[in-house]
Write a protein that binds this ligand. Structure first.
Ligand code: HPA
Length: 276
């Protein structure tokens, strides 16, 4: 089967056969550290990626590979517990396929979370950051190739890729909870190497506040389909060259673990007040 629309439909039909016709209000991509939230959904149905037609399968340590659909704070949500990364070898089109399937299921709003390196030197590991914009300078795009007019326009707007109302809601809820929430620009690097100190200086000069290896392809695909996106990063480490120490995945996972509770609390109250 070659046609993207057909693949989306087939995947969506399979998922519907497992979860029923009740609409899902919010799609959620849970990054490192936040995956546990999917285990807290009520009346949950979990679907392994390997069972979904045309879904790629997640390979990264620390990520489960499944969709979990259920109730969170009174809203029906669909969580991706584990996501697909370009550095794993998937094409950008594969990375964003789940978002397109969410769209086929009628989901119009997306929460995207990730672990990121802090570029802004006023940040500290453990900070949460509202993503207000992004920078992607690598040539590849999930929308490269034939355009499916049924999904969106060939040349589509990215001015409000990160929705202003949802961002305001996240600010409000963070304040209400007494959690500090940084905000800034997330710059995409393909990985899997962490960046060099020179790349981080360049990122800072370009206006980046954080760097990471996910989220941007998904946000682009969501914008293409005019879905509303809220993005939140967990700053798990200071980016390369800022501190006099090497970067490692263990630190990323440990900080993610430490911040999990605050992050979960914020996501829960944002979900509770999310306009649907
Ligand atoms: N760089 C890229 N991706 C990341 C980082 C980083 O420093 N930390 C967590 N994900």
């Amino acid at each position: 089967m070659e046609n993207l629309m057909d693949k989306m439909q087939e995947a969506a039909m399979y998922i519907t056969s497992r979860i029923g016709n009740e609409p899902v209000a919010i799609g959620m991509i849970l990054g490192s550290g936040l995956g546990g939230l999917a285990d807290e959904l009520e009346d949950a149905v979990a679907i392994s990626y390997k069972d979904i037609p045309f879904f790629p399968v997640s390979t990264v340590f620390g990520h489960k590979g499944r969709l979990v659909v259920g109730m969170l704070e009174g809203k029906r949500v669909m969580c991706m517990q584990g996501r697909f990364h370009y550095y794993e070898g998937y094409g950008m089109d594969q990375v964003v396929f789940p978002i397109q399937v969410m769209h086929a299921l009628g989901i119009e709003q997306l929460l995207v979370t990730n672990a990121a390196g802090g570029v802004n030197t006023s940040y500290q590991p453990g900070d949460l950051m509202l993503i207000t914009d992004h920078i992607k300078l690598i040539a590849d795009s999930p929308m490269r190739g034939p355009n499916y007019e049924e999904l969106g326009e060939r040349f589509f707007d990215m001015t409000s890729a990160y929705n202003k109302e949802l961002s305001a809601l996240a600010r409000l809820e963070a304040e209400r909870l007494g959690l500090s929430l940084q905000e800034g620009t997330y710059m995409y690097f393909a990985g899997p190497s962490y960046e060099t100190p020179a790349e981080i200086r360049a990122a800072r000069a370009l206006g980046a506040d954080a760097v990471g290896m996910s989220t941007v392809p998904e946000a682009i695909a969501a914008s293409h389909m005019r879905m509303k996106v809220l993005g939140i990063s967990c700053i798990t480490n200071m980016a390369a060259g800022i501190l006099d120490q090497p970067l490692n995945h263990k630190e990323v996972m440990e900080t993610g673990d430490r911040v999990k509770e605050a992050f979960t609390t914020l996501v829960r109250s944002v979900t509770q007040h999310w306009p649907v």
